[in-house]
Write a protein that binds this ligand. Structure first.
Ligand SMILES: NC(=O)c1ccc[n+]([C@@H]2O[C@H](COP(=O)([O-])OP(=O)(O)OC[C@H]3O[C@@H](n4cnc5c(N)ncnc54)[C@H](OP(=O)(O)O)[C@@H]3O)[C@@H](O)[C@H]2O)c1
Length: 232
């Protein structure tokens, strides 16, 4: 992976946190927003936080998507489908979309500790239905809190990576490994995203009871193979 990563919704806390960690690791980042000015402003702030040789730009979402082979999707579930329909013509052929969207019930007036039923099975499977043929969808980064990402220290969390496309899984693994402390775990097919998305609602419930914002997950009992996805 050598080109830029477009972070759609990168003005929000989750996208910003991921962008910050990757920019520090030397990844060229294009922050995407519905408003170009908002994207540029967020990009300038992230650039200032990173300093040095980091390369962070801002662009309207479709411009960002058109410039990148890897697109990180960090928007609320309520806006996901409409946004993807608008972005559809902008995707590069064979792009990889990494989706961290969690369909929280809070977005329709329900509780943040519950998820909505999604007809396709999960938010990530909905994304797979809405992107052009040839674009691969990976579900990942749902269980990493933005409060950990925006800090400087190691992030104590596994990232479960679900997809039906092995080369795309390798891209998500590479990005996960760029965040200190994060271990990518092969979570199998994209359909397993529904479980990973629901874990975020559980983590929110745990955070509320523990009065924290930092709960994450670790999968135990695994050998190193989980860290080496097949590339076929
Ligand atoms: N926050 C976390 O710790 C965390 C952890 C794991 C997963 N997630 C998931 O990651 C996603 C982003 O989380 P977040 O907390 O960063 O969310 P957020 O702040 O609510 O939204 C992120 C960005 O999405 C854009 N956006 C908002 N409403 C939109 C709409 N209707 N259509 C298109 N774009 C819209 C906004 O950017 P512009 O206004 O600039 O376009 C906003 O800054 C969510 O699905 C969340 O469930 C979050």
């Amino acid at each position: 992976m050598s080109g830029p990563v477009a972070v759609v919704g990168g003005t929000g806390p989750e996208g910003r946190g991921l962008a910050l960690r990757w920019a520090r690791a030397g990844v060229h980042i294009i922050i995407g927003s519905r408003e170009e000015q908002r994207a540029r402003h967020a990009a300038a702030e992230i650039q200032a936080q990173c300093g040095g040789n980091a390369r962070v730009e801002g662009a309207e979402n479709s411009v960002a998507v058109a410039q990148a082979d890897v697109v990180m999707l960090t928007v609320p579930f309520a806006g996901q489908a409409e946004l993807l329909k608008k972005l559809k013509p902008a995707f590069r052929p064979n792009a990889v979309v990494i989706d961290a969207t969690v369909p929280l019930a809070a977005e329709v007036g329900g509780r943040a500790t519950r998820t909505l039923g999604v007809w396709q099975g999960s938010a990530a499977q909905q994304t797979a239905e809405l992107v052009p043929p040839g674009v691969a969808v990976v579900a990942a980064f749902h269980n990493v809190s933005h409060t950990l990402l925006e800090g400087d220290g190691p992030v104590d969390c596994d990232v479960i990576v679900c997809t039906d496309h092995e080369p795309a899984r390798a891209v998500a693994f590479e990005l996960a490994r760029k965040i200190s402390g994060v271990r990518p775990v092969d979570g199998g097919k994209l359909e397993n995203a529904r479980i990973v998305e629901q874990i975020t609602a559980l983590l929110i419930a745990i955070n509320i009871r523990a009065k924290r914002q930092s709960a994450g997950i670790r999968i135990t009992g695994l050998d190193a193979w989980v860290e080496r996805p097949r590339r076929d």
